[in-house]
Write a protein that binds this ligand. Sequence first.
Ligand code: WQD
Length: 344
Amino acid sequence: MKEKILVTGGTGYIGSHTVVELQQAGYEVIIIDNLSNSNADVVDNIEKITGIRPTFIKLDCLDFDGLKAAFEAHKGIKAIIHFAASKAVGESVQKPLLYYRNNLVSLINLLELMPQYGVEGIVFSSSCTVYGQPDELPVTEQAPIKKAESPYGNTKQINEEIVRDTVASGAPINAILLRYFNPIGAHPTALLGELPNGVPQNLIPYLTQTAIGIREKLSVFGDDYNTPDGSCIRDFINVVDLAKAHVVAINRILEKKQEEQVEVFNIGTGRGLSVLELIHAFEASTGVKLNYQIVGRRAGDIEKVWANPDRANKVLGWKAETSIEDTLRSAWNWQLKLRERGIQ
Ligand code: WQD
């Protein structure tokens, strides 16, 4: 009997890649997604990759009664991976209440329902954003949580506290908080990838859309930072490697291997790469020349952040495996496939 896992936000970028890995690890997957930043054909593409069609429920996690009905209809869910959230740093500054309502109440609804339906564990999609600009690099899980630079980052910090306080209150819940760095790339089949609505906020989708001619040129937000080439540094992690970390975390919870009821892991490569280095790596990996210009800094940007992934490597038993070159090629192949399918 396959164990059932609920994936909220499962038609999204990281969620869809995680559904594939869960299915290939032998889990039965139920997706809940409101399709606010994705579309239902992702379910078809997941099925094309794994041969298994996940159950898909179009539902907003803010809808408590709807969530309750979903748990009623699908008894036996063992654990949840909670991706569903708004995640654009810049947008969160413009619409803080939307971010606080969506990102906090969705989690609260799930935590309230879990004990009623015997759901043992939750893997929560957190972010390196909680660290702000770390004092020391690479950053470890023991680094102090600094005042968030945006409402988005603040919702991640508050979410982590909500989980901790709920567990501390005696709720029969185990949790693993995964702090992502910068997820990039696409599935090797080029059937899944990052497809943001409208103008991409994140670097890689804007970069590949520029490379294919959808965008005229990529703006590099600042080259006057205190870094070797002046551009910001990030820890770019392959999305499939990131997805695999979620399967390892689910296994850890269900096999009761956790050392504490709430565990935190940095999910990064441990390698910092600057924006300009990434651009040059893209050109070298794909042979595609990129049209870009240096412009002013973007408000809210962290200067440099990359992970110390030792704890994830040694305790969780997970390690990023994919090279940056293969990852950038996968992003480019995805962009080419979108063009071939007439989507962009
Ligand atoms: C990366 C770098 C930009 C666009 C992301 C997600 C956030 C969270 C943390 C998971 C920065 C530069 C970007 C462009 C550029 N993820 N850039 N030109 O800001 O690190 O945050 O990771 O929880 O949801 O947004 O990612 O891709 O926006 O920016 O120069 O057109 O690329 O200044 O230095 P960021 P990003």
